[in-house]
Design a protein around this ligand. Structure first.
Ligand code: 1PR
Length: 695
């Protein structure tokens, strides 16, 4: 390897390479782009962050002579890192819009995930990998969750087993990474797998709620040794345990874990990444058995008690994590909170433990291992145990618009009304977009979504501040960024026509990983359904953008509102039977789609729209609900069930979160893949993100 700290980046202009560039720069390297085949042949470190669709990528590579140069470079075992499509293109061919020939360096065909058995495709979110051989760059991701977003995958076989360095499970076991010599490629996105230190940060502040804290438990090591799913660690060896209850009384306990007379056992579930369940083993003092039906996943929950307790002992004990090599740190400590359940006697509360492990920017560690091979440590042993499962995502949403003074602000409405009810009637201002996005990233959000809520009337390419927001945000936020608002065809005042694809491309170039289409998706679905024969014209924004950038990059944002009816026959759209009668004694509701920020109702239901946009090529649905927006009363479970049943692409539940429990509820009662919230995060009512749930 050369001492040169310049990384050559192969950008063929079909997606967001900005975040890869930013991640590389963040690690102290310069970036140079490939313009011609010689740039590849002369590279010292070549990164190929393939994004978009296989066919268009291969066209660009073939047309510019880049394909041949790439093969020569890789065959010479020069340092190479392919990301996502950058892995797939190395195989013989892909079924994506094909079959289409790939570079043919690795035996195998890239095929689509099989969604026929109820699997939601694309595979979007945080999943774990199993290392199958030592690669020199993967050791920091062992046992961690990392970010995937793709509909196609290559499968391991005898023919390619020399290449495969890790696998992941989603429906079937697919190739998560390949490594041979200096050539590496990963199906996941290291540049989007950054997770900041959640725990340490929050322990430096006053924390609302009670906390349990235990130090030096051996569970971490156990997990790393591959404890099997279902293993029981009945005696949790805690160094010490301190607990203040709601009245401020301090409890101090040594092993085994025993809380207010209840013992807990813990079942390790590596399938959920650090997941565990705990419940009372025995009852003492005749206390009613309270099942702490907790599922734990990555990170931790928010707090449910209203009491604010200053817990100096916790602060003192933990302080700032003594982490020398911050990137390597993947274990820390765990703590929990006391959760009051409505049915509980307030004196005898259910004690719930949340496991929390703090890890640091795992994906960046992988990039660093590739860029600075001297820092790499040998993988001591390969992970065993069962494969992990895709985790549910928690997404922070920032509704953005210009206020009356022209500044771009984060705002938040109640049922889409974002104005203060004062004499001035000003736009509610909740902060600055870049700052808040950075805050939510460091709080542990899985994704950040920006919605340019006046995009339906302002042309986004004239809205340079929004593009700037994306550019600045993507410099320091290493989780996926989605952006919506105004994605449609447009003719400006000078008569210049911009296709929705051009608009989306500008967003991708500025740092977006996904774009979200609202109003235009409604019109596209209406046109598509109107013909009765469901002919795809290829002209809609959904079709155009997903063809070039891949389905996984296209989200459709639905803004439905409830309309109550006495019987399903009253409307031609799918209705839901109400559990309690509507405002005028109705027994059914249908969800009418709206456009222009909820201002105009359209003759199409959310169910019909969801099905149509999936057929047109959307990869994900962001499901809002105008009635619930900003109300803090929980998600509309009926609506979410209606839509998750209608489609096989991932659905993001949105609107109405007002407490941590609402996240648990939506994940327990529906098959939503992610939950999005705005108000509770902006108001700092819940500020620890990684909510307690995995399947
Ligand atoms: O139609 O393609 O230009 O897209 C416009 C986008 O802007 C759509 O995604 C639409 O949902 C959004 N939008 C337009 N007007 C508003 C508004 O609020 N006046 N925001 C708006 C929609 C809803 C969610 C909100 C959740 C969670 N906001 O994004 O963040 O309801 O809120 P909560 O947790 O506080 O309840 P186009």
């Amino acid at each position: 390897f050369s001492e040169d700290s310049t990384v050559t980046l192969l950008d063929y202009g079909a997606g967001n390479v900005r975040s890869v560039r930013n991640a590389i720069r963040h690690l102290g390297f310069d970036v140079k782009y490939v313009n011609k085949p010689e740039d590849i042949l002369n590279a010292n470190l070549l990164v190929f962050p393939g994004v978009g669709a296989f066919t268009s990528a291969m066209h660009v590579l073939n047309d510019n002579g880049l394909a041949e140069a790439l093969c020569t470079y890789i065959e010479k075992d020069r340092p190479f890192l392919g990301i996502c499509l950058g892995l797939q293109l190395l195989f013989e061919s892909s079924e994506e819009n094909g079959p289409v020939k790939g570079l043919g360096l690795i035996p195998g065909v890239v095929g689509r995930f099989d969604s026929s058995n109820g699997l939601r495709v694309p595979h979007i979110g945080w999943n774990g990998v199993q290392l199958t051989k030592e690669s020199g760059i993967l050791h920091d991701i062992e046992g961690q969750h990392i970010y995937f977003v793709h509909s196609y995958r290559a499968l391991p076989s005898d023919a390619n087993k020399d290449w495969v360095s890790s696998t992941c499970n989603y429906g079937d076991t697919f190739i998560a990474s390949i490594s041979r010599g200096n050539v590496h490629a990963v199906q996941f996105h290291p540049e989007k797998s950054g997770v900041m230190d959640v725990l340490t940060r929050h322990l430096q502040e006053d924390v609302p709620g009670c906390m349990l804290f235990a130090d030096d438990i051996p569970l971490v090591d156990k997990t790393r040794e591959g404890v099997e799913d279902g293993d029981v660690i009945s005696r949790i060896q805690v160094g010490w345990l301190k607990w203040r209850n709601a009245s401020g009384l301090l409890y101090d306990r040594k092993v085994p874990l025993k809380l207010k007379g209840k013992f807990y056992k813990m079942v390790v579930r590596p399938a959920m990444l650090y997941g565990a369940e705990c419940w009372p083993l025995k009852e003492k003092h005749n206390t009613k058995l309270c099942v702490a039906e907790m599922r734990m996943v990555r990170w931790m929950s928010g707090f449910t008690l209203r009491d604010r307790i200053r817990n100096e002992h916790i602060h003192e004990k933990v302080g700032v994590a003594p982490v020398e090599d911050k990137i390597r740190e993947s274990r820390l400590r765990w703590f929990g909170h006391i959760k009051r359940r409505p049915s509980d006697d307030p004196v005898r509360k259910v004690a719930v433990l949340d496991l929390t492990f703090v890890k640091k920017e795992v994906g960046l560690a992988l990039l660093r291992n590739f860029l600075c091979p001297s820092t790499k440590s040998k993988l001591k042993r390969l992970a065993s145990g069962k494969a992990s499962r895709l985790a549910k995502r928690v997404i922070a949403c920032l509704d953005v618009r210009a206020n009356d003074s022209g500044d771009l602000v984060v705002t938040k409405g109640d049922q889409y009304d974002v104005r203060e009810h004062t004499d001035e009637n000003e736009v509610r201002n909740l902060g600055k977009p870049v700052e808040l996005a950075g805050q939510y990233y460091s709080d542990g959000a899985d994704e950040v979504t920006f919605l340019n809520i006046t995009g339906f009337r302002d042309f986004p390419l004239a809205d340079l501040p929004m593009l700037q927001v994306l550019r600045y945000t993507s410099e320091n936020v290493f989780v996926p960024l989605a952006v919506g608002g105004g994605i449609r065809d447009f003719t400006d005042a000078n008569g210049r026509y911009y296709s929705s694809l051009e608009v989306a491309s500008e967003y991708f170039r500025s740092g977006a990983d996904k774009i979200s289409i609202g109003s235009d998706a409604v019109y596209a679905a209406e046109t598509y359904l109107k013909t009765g024969v469901r002919v795809k014209t290829g002209q809609s924004s959904i079709e155009q953008i997903s063809t070039v950038y891949g389905k996984q990059a296209v989200v459709v944002s639905i803004d439905p509102r409830r309309l109550y009816v006495k019987s399903p026959e009253e409307v031609e759209f799918k209705t839901v039977k109400l559990r309690s009668p509507g405002p005028h004694g109705e027994h059914y509701v249908w969800y009418q789609c709206t456009v222009n920020g909820g201002r105009e109702g359209r003759p199409i239901g959310a169910y019909e729209l969801a099905k149509a946009v999936e057929e047109l090529g959307a990869g994900e649905i962001l499901l809002n609900c105008i009635d619930c927006d900003g109300q803090g009363q929980g998600f509309d479970i009926d609506l979410i069930r209606l839509i998750t049943d209608a489609v096989s692409i991932p659905v993001i539940a949105s609107s109405g979160a007002g407490a941590v429990e609402h996240f648990s509820e939506v994940f327990q009662k529906t098959s939503a893949s992610a939950a999005l919230a705005a108000g509770i995060f902006h108001r700092r009512e819940v500020w620890v993100f990684k909510i307690i749930y995995a399947n």
